[in-house]
Design a protein around this ligand. Structure first.
Ligand code: PLP
Length: 401
């Protein structure tokens, strides 16, 4: 029978019915090693006992009350996020795109209440991805996501990354903020140099702009720091997170300094579900693990181990892999063939990976993965590369950017 779901996803022909740690079991009973974590979401793997306990315990008490009332676990999660970062305040959302919408509105409103409503424009960068709402596709600037959806939301000016002179030249009288992913995820695991982020910070300070980091994919330990901006030492004014903070439960957040958030007063913004008790219980449980002594440092160590093993893989398969890049457990393999074909070959060896732009496949396993599990995944990648070398899949022109 044909599917009744709107066909916007190119789904692989496999369905999973249970997971444990870094392993997923398909409906056929076959086991897969998960190097994708649901697109960098399942930070603590599948069915983590602490998350299962937090969610089921909360589910037995209270699901939803709305933001008309106090939500103590939300207060606690916001306080913990603020204490662990540059931020003073947190707005909870249900997704990454919504967190970015909040950030965009926050920046515009801050300038508006200061008497500069014309400073609604935001500089963004080529190769960016910020979500699929009307504003965030305009911020991402990719034609394939924008075309056919009516007039592009005004207020986003896109420039090449890593050229600070180009950024300075692009700042106009209407510019109010700069929005950037410290490592571009969907764009192909492209690390933005720390010196460039520090340059943006200095420019924002000098020109009265707000610096917004989209850490939806890089945040919550993924890169071997709690947040990727810590690698550069250049803190933002506003930062968005999602994915890892819910460990698989849909949630996101927009973090900000009190000064940046000044415009968001009662009634100005909101969400029915944002910060609901189920999400808050899970978010706090995720933080219990990620903030525990040594967790993030272990991700950094494991990331070095992983990149070393993958560099050896590249040396063994120079016709398949061109480059290994990334930070912590956010790793990209730049390929000499299509990432979709590579991911399919890996899947045939029961290993899950995630295609991205720039001809890259992402290796973004659960952060709890062990060295042994990672080595097992590399063994499977070795087999997948050998399969591809033996019968190379045709490179589909235009199928990937
Ligand atoms: N921002 C970044 C950096 C992302 O990687 C993503 C999703 O992949 C988003 C925003 C959008 O998040 P969501 O799909 O939860 O709306």
């Amino acid at each position: 029978m044909s599917s009744a779901i709107v066909p916007v996803y190119a789904r692989a022909d496999v369905a999973f019915e249970r997971g444990e740690g870094c392993w997923l079991t398909a409906t056929t009973g076959e086991r897969y090693l998960d190097f994708g974590a649901g697109i960098a979401v399942n930070a603590l793997g599948h069915a983590h006992p602490r998350l299962v306990a937090a969610l089921t315990e909360q589910a037995g008490k209270l699901w939803h009350t709305s933001n008309l009332f106090q939500i103590p676990d939300g207060e606690r999660l916001a306080r913990r996020l603020a204490d662990a970062t540059f931020a003073d305040l947190v707005f909870f959302t249900n997704s990454g795109a919504e967190a970015n919408e909040a950030a965009i509105k926050m920046a515009r409103r801050r300038h508006a209440i200061d008497g500069h409503p014309e400073k609604y424009r935001i500089l963004t960068f080529e190769g960016a991805f910020h979500g699929r709402t009307l504003a965030t596709i305009a911020a991402g600037g990719q034609a394939k996501y924008i075309e056919g959806f009516g007039p592009k939301v005004d207020g986003f000016d896109q420039i090449p990354a890593t050229d600070i002179a180009a950024v300075e030249a692009a700042i106009g009288p209407g510019t109010g903020a700069i929005l950037i992913e410290p490592i571009q995820g969907e764009g192909g695991v492209r690390t933005i140099p720390a010196s460039f982020l520090r340059g943006l910070r200095a420019l924002c300070d000098a020109r009265g702009l707000l610096l917004i980091y989209d850490e939806v994919q890089t945040g919550v330990g993924r890169t071997g720091k709690l947040f990727a901006y810590e690698h550069s030492g250049a803190a933002p004014d506003i930062m968005t997170i999602a994915k890892g903070i819910g460990g698989g439960f849909p949630m996101g957040a927009c973090l900000a300094t009190a000064d940046a958030a000044r415009g968001l007063t009662v009634g100005v913004h909101g969400s029915t579900f944002g910060g609901n008790p189920l999400a808050m219980a899970v978010g706090n449980a995720v933080l219990d693990e990620v903030l525990a002594d040594g967790f993030v440092a272990r991700v950094a160590r494991l990331g070095s181990f992983a990149r070393q093993r993958l560099a050896e893989l590249k040396d063994r398969h120079p016709d398949v892999i061109a480059e290994v890049r990334g930070e912590g457990l956010m790793i990209g393999l730049k390929l000499k063939l299509s990432p979709q074909d590579f991911a399919a070959a890996a899947r045939r060896r029961h290993l899950l990976t995630i295609p991205a732009g720039d001809n890259v496949v992402r290796i973004v396993p659960p952060l709890i993965i062990t060295e042994e599990e990672f080595a097992e995944g590399v063994r499977r990648l070795d087999e997948a590369c050998a399969d591809l070398e033996a019968s190379p899949a045709p490179v589909k022109k235009g199928a990937y950017a």
